[in-house]
Ligand binder design. Sequence first.
Ligand code: SF4
Length: 197
Amino acid sequence: MPTIAYKIRNTLYLNITNRCSNDCTFCIKFNTRTFDENDLFLDEEPSFHEIMAAIAAFNEFDEIVFCGYGESLIRLEIVMQVAEAVKQHYSVPVRINTDGQANLLHGRNIIPELAGIVDCLSVSLNAPDAETYQRLCHSPFGAAGFTALCDFIRLAAAEIPEVIASVVHVPALDVDACRTLALSLGASFRVRPYYPG
Ligand code: SF4
């Protein structure tokens, strides 16, 4: 049975799509359909009502995070509806984990649409330069993908209360250069573990 909402410690994660705007070499969805014993391969994308029902099945949580086997901001309208409803009914912080390609995907700056309903954006930086990014993340936009990612982080840092730029610690990655770039864009920095396939 595919999982829409799953809890780790006291954070509730939402898995609302399997579509991605990148094709990352290190993505764990290419190795396993389950994460923390949850089947994250969806038969179909859940509706607003199905997502809210999945959230309501849990009694208690401290935070909602859009993070599953896909890029949530591909479904921008649903993300905004759910984030607004969570704010109204649960009064907990909302975070989106994203690959930062949404402004390219939607052809406009979407950050102002998230301001006020999203408390934190955790953006996958993953590289200190466009060449490394393309090698690791295979952006369909080519080098423009990395430029747009950096712009997304900079714009988000000006409007969203907390912005984290993260990297997956793949072998040979220049983590210090990534940290320097993240801080220069106005974000904090986080290193995530690498799970070799
Ligand atoms: S954007 Fe995220 S979910 Fe999509 S391929 Fe990359 S790591 Fe996987």
